[in-house]
Design a protein around this ligand. Sequence first.
Ligand code: NAD
Ligand code: IPM
Ligand code: MN
Length: 359
Amino acid sequence: MRSYEIAVVPGDGIGTEVMTEALRVLDRVSSEFGFGLKFRHFDWSCETYRKTGRMMPEDGIDRLRDHDSILLGAVGFPGVPDHISLWGLLIPIRREFDQYVSLRPVRLLPGLTPPLRDGASADVDFWVVRENTEGEYSQVGGRQGTGTDQEMVVQVATFTRRATDRILRYAFDFSRGLGRPNLTLATKSNGIYHSMPYWDERFAEISAEYPDVATSQEHIDILCAKFVLQPERFDVVVGSNLFGDILSDLGPGVTGTIGVAPSANINPERVHPSMFEPVHGSAPDIAGQGIANPIGQIWSAAMLLDHLGEEEAGAHVMRAIETVLGSAGAPLTPDLGGRAATGELGSAIVNAIGERGGR
Ligand code: NAD
Ligand code: IPM
Ligand code: MN
């Protein structure tokens, strides 16, 4: 029997709650489709930090290395400064494993209610391709003159040709593979003097290799407005680490909730494991209440299955999510307008997987 080893890092807050549901879904779908999943659990979190002074052990990255994939919940919780917790766990995984593509689908799933317009376009269906290893996310810089009126902070953003070109090429290839070759570059070359003109330049040069892919460039400010006003016009949007981060919360926000949004942190060369996690965080405001929407985590698990080559199983999980969301009386969590608990929505999806049968 085919079998895969998955590292499971639930993390903090609702990360642990939604992970429970994703693992139930994975158990069910793997037995329906006849392959094995072995989960190895790592309880690294802000709690670990409070006990040990570290988010993960010194050899944490090495402990993850030999897995086929990593499934992560969310990292960060009040009590530990966010830049400490995230730079102690999530960001090192992305970098050490050279997961340079953050792939984030945005889709108006059945049953979702877009908050801004009645009868808004049902055609919200696009992908954010985010550079995931450098750029604005940097520890380069510093502070001087602390406490004086000369106080100053410098934060350096670095954009290498290697990382810029590889994410752009990935986005062009991905657009081509989608069968909707329409790629938008998120830029800000009117105000950011060096880096964004550089992105424009690399985008223009690489686009010559892809004459079949229609391209456009939008400054990040108006792009945000167009996500809200005309989301149907986008198919694939590529951007820097920070722009991709912002757009991948805005997109799901436009569909009604970020609780459904998944992401894949991909090392396309498959030299290192890739990591799958919802777009949302640990949601301290609802943590412990059992009301978090588990779909972002479950959809992330479906992306993990696709990455393992179990695309039929991944597609089956997506059908189960859509069946449940589209059915009358579905047990919806509060972010979806319902009153159901995390486990009730998770159970409905697990049951929908069984009802349809596997192969
Ligand atoms: P958040 O995504 O945790 O929460 C934002 C809002 O969305 C909250 O009101 C929350 O209740 C709601 N929400 C999020 N996920 C939901 C779900 N599944 N179901 C229902 N509602 C949901 O963002 P934040 O408040 O900015 O961050 C909280 C913590 O999480 C911080 O420590 C932050 O750094 C961290 N964070 C981690 C990740 C990650 O691990 N990938 C991502 C984002 C934020
Ligand atoms: C995300 C998160 C992280 C990011 C934070 C928590 C560092 O917002 O995965 O979108 O900005 O990458
Ligand atoms: Mn984010």
